[in-house]
Write a protein that binds this ligand. Structure first.
Ligand code: HEM
Length: 136
């Protein structure tokens, strides 16, 4: 029963959190994701923080799900004919980020800090590529 309440509370707060982030700009959401990402980066190999980091990664994934539906400034400035294709590429790249962040959460849940470290690096590289292409 207790578990049920905890789960309900978590779902409610995630929902509230998601609708909050939806009203924010892409840049604001990315900045929030960055704060969480940096906090995780500071305790990647600290096994005592694994539960906390798993929850933080899931929260980051929720923010990235919202950014997937937001149109980057760079795309808004493109000729309309090119926009749809570019947006699809952007959404695919964000989805890859979300998948990696979920893998990161799983690595923490599995107490596999070596995997967490490797996946964290992959997310960092992926983020760099995404910014090179969509936030030039
Ligand atoms: C994975 C973690 C990521 C984090 C933590 C992150 C973080 C950030 C931050 C902090 C900014 C603001 C930069 C500034 O102040 O100038 C930003 C902007 C931006 N990011 Fe990310 N980013 C991530 C992944 C990605 C990916 C994969 C893409 C593209 C597929 C992307 C696309 C963008 C774009 C387009 C902007 C500019 C916002 C706008 O156009 O209004 N980001 N990001």
């Amino acid at each position: 029963m207790r578990k049920f309440f905890a789960l309900t509370l978590m779902t409610l707060s995630l929902t509230a959190f998601s609708s909050f982030a939806e009203e924010r700009s892409l840049e604001d959401n990315m900045k929030d994701a960055e704060k969480i990402f940096k906090a995780i980066g500071g305790s990647l190999t600290d096994a005592s923080k694994n539960a906390e980091n798993a929850a933080a990664a899931l929260q980051m994934a929720e923010i990235m799900k919202i950014t997937k539906e937001q149109v980057p400034t760079h795309l808004q400035e493109m000729p309309e004919a090119k926009r749809a294709e570019a947006f699809k590429g952007y959404q695919d790249a964000i989805q890859q980020s979300i998948d990696l962040i979920n893998q990161l959460a799983q690595a923490f849940t599995d107490n596999d800090n070596a995997a967490a470290k490797a996946i964290y690096r992959q997310i960092k590289d992926h983020k760099q590529d995404g910014h090179d292409q969509y936030d030039p």
